[in-house]
Ligand binder design. Structure first.
Ligand SMILES: Nc1nc2c(c(=O)[nH]1)N[C@H]1C(S)=C(S)[C@@H](COP(=O)(O)OP(=O)(O)OC[C@H]3O[C@@H](n4cnc5c(=O)[nH]c(N)nc54)[C@H](O)[C@@H]3O)O[C@H]1N2
Ligand SMILES: Nc1nc2c(c(=O)[nH]1)N[C@H]1C(S)=C(S)[C@@H](COP(=O)(O)OP(=O)(O)OC[C@H]3O[C@@H](n4cnc5c(=O)[nH]c(N)nc54)[C@H](O)[C@@H]3O)O[C@H]1N2
Ligand code: SF4
Ligand SMILES: [Mo]
Length: 889
């Protein structure tokens, strides 16, 4: 029952987690001593214990569909790679890796490809996530450095959240800001997002701009600061180059309030107020995330943000700076080891001969890649066109997450050999693998990650390796040995890799490179085990680490000064008569990416369980559709079929879809299949947020829920989505024609060769409008199906439990709710399972604040992710109770 301190494997906040293993399973709580979260966890982190079960894990290597030993698998990978290299050269092989790898895994993958295979064709899903921020940092600061730290967000007087739905995507940092605001109400929060999000709901102001117009907004800010002389002349003169040229280009564009208002769709009054506020607030932090990064002109937009901070001298000081929030748990670690195709290790540059020479000598190799490799989208295009013929994909699901996802399928099919390392046994990408490798997952693997504020923390193992699962660094090292590089990859543990990584960061680093963790280069295995969270840089002379960069005005450019450039704003894609909606895509609160882990937690499903497309209610009416009706969303790249969600927070002509559904868990809901492979020209990051689409309503006559212990092959032409909870699979279905019980039973019986032990009870109603079936195997319920014209509302958490225990009354079974009468209204607080009806009752009973609701129902008292929803409920209800605006305050 020992407590192990580790780090959450989800978002880039990088919260410390204390995990306790007992016979009852794994329980987790926030680590009070971790500087990122001081004991807090969001709902995803709190549910980590639900996701560590061994159901549906990939446990053994497989080669061409057959179970194989690790040695055979590694030998086959090496042989197939060598065959490809012999015939087509080293650039015909590629690795596609992930910001969810540990730094040690990442270091080994990068070293093998760039150092020893001799190609730089290793890219990562961070290309889809952070490459725009990387390019902007390098362009302006000379290095990929996030200047500030989380504390700055608490110390600021103004926090600007641009293209970030932080309340849902980085909830613990968001809660830190909200707590700071509560203690000091003068702290102002401005959200810049074309969508009214949960984050926007609790901000002081929301600038609902035209998608992709951020460049104009920040160019307008520079123009305003220049015109009204709000510049920090001293800082500009002492620590920057190129200001005059940038200012001249900006002035030449005449970015007046009127011009900016037209470009951004915001009013001149709103712009004037925002600009005046920023210029008058020295302690301003601008946080940017995917609304900026995932845009066709993302690097220019991000650069414009960084330049505003330079021009106003709002950088390198406590409470001031531009802050790129990183998405994945180790996006930063991946950048540190040079995981992107256009980087070298330890923040060095593959285009610089002196850096190539340094790394070659450090790795003792003569085969270092001579030039940058292909970026993710180009890499998969090279597979489709036969230039790359071998790919090893590790810890990412590109068939779902890349743009033009249908083309990615063609790309993998065209390869001679596809190797996929994953921890689960079924993903869209794994389905196309020739060789599958079982990876150690969270709780089993051991190493380090770096969060958004450059803080390096340990992920520690507290569970045994299941089956034959192995850490990714180990698998890569085995293949390296079969390729003849035994000496360079002779690592005994992750500590040995980390020491090498740290030593490289300090190797001949005379202060010209920002990334230096030389103080850790000689750590013993025991030191590494005990490593406390620490922020880099931490050169030998500064083992305590560094909270803020650039405080001394020194930048990592040749002149030591930050560089102003002409980040000229450009308009993003727009809709057209044939494709009248602009589709935005992103995350929901309780799911992580393609749901291979969060999809297994029943409580994480209660918030939003199904794919959807959100549209303004007036747009829904205009296309002749209703809330929850099935819609076909399509363009020349693909089609999705998902239910509609009416959302007045979406502007007219826009739409939003979540990224979480794949072919493995829904009939047709991969949003990536609708996204054009259009990328920022500098960073290569795809413009995921603006895809023109057409939307057509579909007719469905019935809706159903199916809960089954056996996987069923559902008909392709009907809508379904599925979640796997323990031994159960839960399907939501919709269709054109109400199925007859017998059809479904035939499907079920068809899954067994000898169905004698299976019986079913069918409770169809007299009018034939409602079908209800319970299937038994050896007297135990194993299948439950309810279909009716309207959407069934059932209590899944209760039902799964009841089915497992076989303790159901006929009445309960037929309704899917306990006979005591259960609340099946929308779940608001996942941590304490509090539903909206309970909250409405509490509000009616006089609990009229977030705190009072929390005290009464416990909602919002754990991770706080649902506080924006509590506020919304309160605002709506208060209005009903008393339309007097004073009461609302
Ligand atoms: N719950 C949850 N949290 C996560 C993740 C997850 O899967 N689930 N994934 C993690 C990862 S890898 C990442 S990268 C982060 C992403 O974190 P965020 O960037 O916060 O999340 P997104 O939902 O991708 O997009 C953010 C917002 O950008 C807005 N946006 C779209 N277009 C524009 C535009 O033109 N301008 C502006 N200003 N805004 C725009 C969208 O409406 C959206 O609200 O989340 C991390 N955290
Ligand atoms: N349309 C659209 N598309 C997007 C985005 C968007 O906003 N809109 N966002 C993009 C962004 S920012 C991101 S980060 C990507 C994320 O997209 P992906 O990286 O494709 O999504 P994940 O589901 O996180 O995939 C991780 C896989 O690795 C497995 N895994 C987990 N841990 C390990 C491990 O230790 N080792 C191994 N070998 N496997 C492991 C998981 O089971 C899972 O299958 O999506 C991108 N795609
Ligand atoms: S905010 Fe949530 S998902 Fe992100 S690291 Fe913390 S607990 Fe994990
Ligand atoms: Mo990401």
């Amino acid at each position: 029952m020992a407590d192990i301190k580790t780090t959450c494997p989800y978002c880039g906040v990088g919260c410390g987690v204390t995990a306790t293993t007992s016979e009852a399973g794994v329980s987790v709580r926030g680590d009070e001593s971790h500087p990122a979260n001081n004991g807090r966890l969001c709902v995803k982190g709190s549910a980590l214990g639900d996701t560590v079960g061994l159901e549906r894990r990939l446990l053994y290597p497989q080669v061409d569909g057959l179970r194989a030993s690790w040695d055979h698998a590694a030998q086959q990978i090496a042989r197939r790679m060598q065959d490809t290299i012999k015939r087509y050269g080293p650039d015909a092989v590629a690795f596609y890796v992930s910001g969810q790898l540990l730094t040690e895994d990442y270091y080994v993958a990068n070293k093998l490809m760039k150092g020893f295979i001799g190609s730089a064709n290793i890219d990562t899903n961070s290309r889809l996530c952070m490459s725009t921020a990387v390019a902007a940092h390098k362009q302006i600061f000379g290095s990929d450095s996030v200047p500030g730290c989380y504390e700055d967000l608490e110390l600021a007087d103004l926090v600007i959240l641009v293209g970030s739905n932080m309340a849902w995507t980085h909830p613990v940092v968001y809660q830190r800001i909200i707590a700071a605001k509560k203690a000091r109400p003068s702290l102002q929060i401005v959200v810049i997002d074309p969508r009214r999000t949960a984050t926007a709901d609790s901000a002081d102001s929301h600038l609902q701009l035209t998608p992709g117009s951020d460049g104009y907004l920040f160019d307008g800010l520079l123009a305003y600061a220049i015109a009204n002389d709000h510049l920090d002349h001293e800082f500009i003169a002492a620590h920057t180059d190129g200001f005059a040229a940038m200012a001249a280009a900006c002035s030449a564009r005449n970015a007046s309030l009127a011009v900016t208002a037209t470009a951004t769709g915001l009013s001149e009054v709103a712009l004037d107020a925002f600009y005046a506020q920023v210029c008058a607030t020295p302690k301003t932090v601008t946080v940017f995330s995917q609304g900026i990064n995932q845009a066709a002109a993302g690097v220019d937009n991000a650069s414009a943000i960084l330049q505003c901070h330079l021009a106003l001298g709002q950088i390198g000081k406590s409470g001031a700076g531009a802050f790129s929030m990183t998405g994945q748990p180790n996006a930063m670690g991946g950048r540190e080891v040079g995981g992107l195709a256009n980087q070298l290790a330890a923040h060095m540059d593959i285009l610089k001969p002196e850096h190539r020479d340094l790394v070659s000598r450090f790795w003792q190799t003569a085969d270092l890649a001579p030039r940058p490799g292909l970026k993710a989208v180009d890499m998969f295009e090279a597979m489709a066109s036969g230039k790359i013929r071998f790919v090893w994909i590790i810890a990412t699901n590109p068939l779902v997450s890349l743009p033009d996802a249908n083309r990615v399928r063609d790309a993998l099919i065209a390869c001679d050999c596809v190797v996929v390392s994953d921890c689960v046994d079924d993903t869209d990408t794994l389905r196309l693998a020739d060789i599958r490798l079982p990876a150690a997952g969270w709780g089993e693997k051991d190493g380090t990650v770096t969060n958004s504020e450059r803080c390096i923390s340990r992920q520690r193992a507290f569970l045994p390796l299941p089956g034959e699962a192995k850490p990714d660094w180990w698998a890569l090292s085995q293949v390296a040995k079969h390729l003849g590089h035994a000496q360079a990859f002779d690592y005994s543990n992750s500590a040995a890799i980390f020491r090498e990584h740290a030593a490289l960061s300090a190797f001949e680093n005379n202060g010209s490179r920002d990334f230096n963790i030389g103080a850790l280069a000689t750590c013993s295995d025991a030191d590494y085990d005990a490593l406390m969270p620490v922020q880099w840089p931490m050169p030998i002379a500064k083992p305590e680490g560094t909270a803020r960069l650039f405080s001394d005005g020194h930048f990592f450019t040749a002149s030591g000064r930050a560089q102003f450039i002409d980040a000229h704003p450009q308009a993003a894609k727009t809709s057209s008569p044939n494709l009248p909606f602009l589709l935005n895509s992103g995350r929901i609160r309780d799911q992580w990416h393609t749901m291979t882990r969060t999809g297994r937690s029943a409580r994480l499903l209660s918030h939003i369980a199904e794919p959807f497309i959100a549209l303004h209610p007036d747009d829904l009416a205009q296309i002749g559709a209703e809330h929850e009706q099935l819609l076909s969303v399509h363009n020349s790249f693909g089609e999705c079929v998902v239910p509609a969600m009416a959302d007045s927070g979406i502007a007219r002509g826009h739409a939003f879809m979540p990224i979480h559904w794949s072919a493995s868990n829904a009939s047709q809901a991969r949003v990536g299949s609708l996204v054009a492979p259009l990328c920022d020209p500098v960073s290569g990051q795809p413009a995921f947020k603006q895809s023109p689409v057409a939307i057509t309503p579909l007719r469905s006559q019935w809706q159903g829920i199916l809960i089954s212990r056996v996987a069923l092959q559902l008909p392709e032409n009907q809508y379904w989505c599925r979640h796997d909870i323990g031994v159960w699979q839960i399907y939501t279905l919709m269709g054109a024609r109400l199925p007859v019980s017998a059809e479904l039973m035939a499907l079920w019986q068809g899954t067994e060769a000898h169905p004698a032990s299976r019986k079913w009870a069918s409770l169809d109603d007299a009018l034939g409008l409602r079908h209800h079936i319970i299937g038994y195997d050896n007297e135990q319920p194993v299948l439950w199906f309810l279909a009716q014209p309207e959407r069934p509302r059932i209590d899944e958490v209760w039902l799964l439990d009841a089915l497992s225990q076989n303790q159901l009354s006929a009445r309960e079974l037929s309704r899917g709710v306990p006979s005591t009468g259960s609340d099946t209204s929308a779940l608001v607080c996942s941590c304490h399972q509090v539903r909206s009806q309970r909250l409405l009752d509490a509000i009616t009973d006089g609990h009229r604040s977030v705190e009072a609701l929390g005290a009464c129902t416990r909602a919002g008292t754990n991770c706080g992710s649902c506080i924006p929803e509590l506020k919304k409920l309160l605002a709506e209800q208060m209005f009903v109770v008393s339309p007097n605006p004073e009461v609302m305050l």
